[in-house]
Design a protein around this ligand. Structure first.
Ligand SMILES: Cc1ncc(COP(=O)(O)O)c(C=O)c1O
Length: 463
């Protein structure tokens, strides 16, 4: 199908401010070439993140009006409790203000110097919270995750053989958890198979290591699993979601993604003793256990969002958007992570701009160019975000949920038509100064003036 029928009508609009190229040049200079520092009003299409940027439904806004703001025992908490039980099979959970609050609580308890936390690939805030506790974060992705052009169904998986070897090498007593992130955001929003999750669970349990899900995109993972795993094809999304949560000792969830909220998160822990310690921290740093870091209305919006997230028509529409962009990029010869996930397109900037070495941030260079040409904001996921040892240099174009239409995506593809023509002129960047953690959010960055190294000619990139 050429035309995507967005499965919603627009009832309330948020105007886009049209900017000129000159205005955008000025914004870039004033923001020290850091796109996080550009005012959102100066962005025409904001694909920086899919986190908290979606449109809530009429039913969610109605639920917000039902929100009860009692400090303790709010009925809104019990509405959410029922939804969490129904969708994830967990009796107990803690609301938190967003995903990283759950990370801070969990890794404060499980981390610390000498401890190791394994993962299929830790998201940047997860890694930062692990490292801030003094523990070490170790990623064990499958090899295909590091090859954007390889078209495999479950590139979000953990490498099971390497998992066994790592446990043996580090010693099971030093490993305090395995975090399986579904979908695996850091490698391109790729899904994890149920077989892989279960195999990881077997190994963890044999070694006394708890297994946690980072379930921010639980519904998108379930949708892709239904399409790609013949054993799951006859199940509903709701049934598949339950199967993923069943083997886990706990979960962390940023409700700003699949739960279709603007704020919020959840922490679920099955072990009552660990849960009690987490609840103590929750009370100290987030809030009373029946609201965590949220207002009662946020709990209601989340309960409703958990229901809407598993709607097959909605998920199929999400998939149609990213495959539409992917096809357009293939036609233009722009390499990107294949097959595309649902929440974002990841351009392989390292391959698209081979004249810019990783240390000069090709993903960031492409992000700046896209903003300059078209006012579209994306996010580098490469050496700037993940440090010098990062193998993939990506530009992520995240798709806010229910926020943009097909014509916005056509405009994006037109911008790439322009970029393809002039990509040989795009220059690298250097960091002027940076904070000690999560540098990409606030670093001051500058274009590299003179071409410092001899650059190979740019050749046509094929997939
Ligand atoms: C996989 C994953 N885990 C955790 C987080 C952190 O969640 P939050 O932004 O709500 O703190 C994110 C946010 O993008 C994420 O994608």
């Amino acid at each position: 199908m050429r035309t995507i029928i967005e499965p919603f009508r627009i009832k309330s609009v948020d105007p886009i401010v049209m900017t000129t190229r000159e205005e955008r040049e000025r914004h870039l200079r004033e923001a020290d070439y850091n796109l996080f520092k550009i005012p959102a009003r100066a962005v025409m299409i904001d694909l920086l993140t899919d986190s908290g940027t979606g449109a809530m439904s009429a039913e969610q806004w109605a639920a917000i009006m039902r929100g009860d703001e009692s400090y303790a025992g709010s009925p809104s908490f019990f509405v959410l409790k029922e939804a969490v039980k129904r969708r994830f099979g967990f009796d107990e959970f803690m609301p938190v203000h967003q995903g990283r609050a759950a990370e801070r609580i969990l890794f404060h308890l499980l981390g610390g110097p000498g401890k190791v936390i394994l993962g299929n690939t830790h998201f940047d805030t997860t890694r930062a919270n692990i490292e801030m506790s003094g523990a070490e974060a170790v990623d064990i992705p499958v090899a295909s995750a590091l090859d954007p052009s390889r078209d495999e169904p479950f590139k979000g998986n953990i490498d099971i053989e390497k998992l066994k070897l790592t446990i043996r090498a580090r010693g099971a007593v030093n490993i305090s958890a395995l975090i399986m992130t579904i979908t695996n955001n850091a490698v391109g929003g790729q899904p994890v198979s149920l077989a892989n999750l279960r195999a990881a669970r077997e190994i963890c349990h044999a070694n006394g290591i708890p297994l946690f899900l980072d379930a921010a995109r639980f519904a998108e993972n379930a949708y892709l699993a239904k399409l790609r795993d013949p054993e799951l094809s006859s199940l509903t999304i709701a049934e598949i979601v339950l199967k993923y949560f069943e083997p886990c000792d706990g979960f962390l969830l940023s409700a700003k993604k699949d739960a279709l909220c603007h704020v919020g998160g959840l922490l679920g822990i099955r072990d009552p003793e660990l849960a009690a310690r987490a609840r103590t921290m929750l009370v100290v740093t987030e809030g009373f256990p029946t609201y965590g870091g949220l207002a009662g209305r946020d709990l209601e919006a989340m309960a409703r969002g958990l229901e809407e997230a598993i709607d097959f028509t909605y998920l199929a529409y999400r998939a149609a958007v990213t495959s539409y962009i992917s096809h357009g990029l293939i036609t233009l010869g722009v390499p990107h992570v294949r097959p595309p996930g649902l929440h974002a397109i990841y351009i392989d900037a390292g391959k698209f701009l081979p004249h810019i070495p990783p240390g000069e941030f090709p993903g960031h260079a492409l992000a700046v160019e896209l903003y300059r040409i078209a006012g579209v904001r994306g996010c580098e996921i490469g050496s700037l975000m993940r440090g010098d040892n990062c193998t993939l240099q990506l530009l992520r174009l995240a798709i806010p949920r229910r926020g943009y239409t097909q014509s916005h995506m056509d405009y994006l593809l037109e911008a790439f038509e322009d970029i393809v023509k002039k990509r040989g002129d795009i220059r690298g960047y250097r960091i002027v100064d940076e904070p000690p953690a999560l540098r990409h959010f606030t670093a001051r960055i500058a274009p590299i003036g003179n071409l410092s190294v001899a650059r190979p000619p740019v050749t046509q990139v094929s997939h």
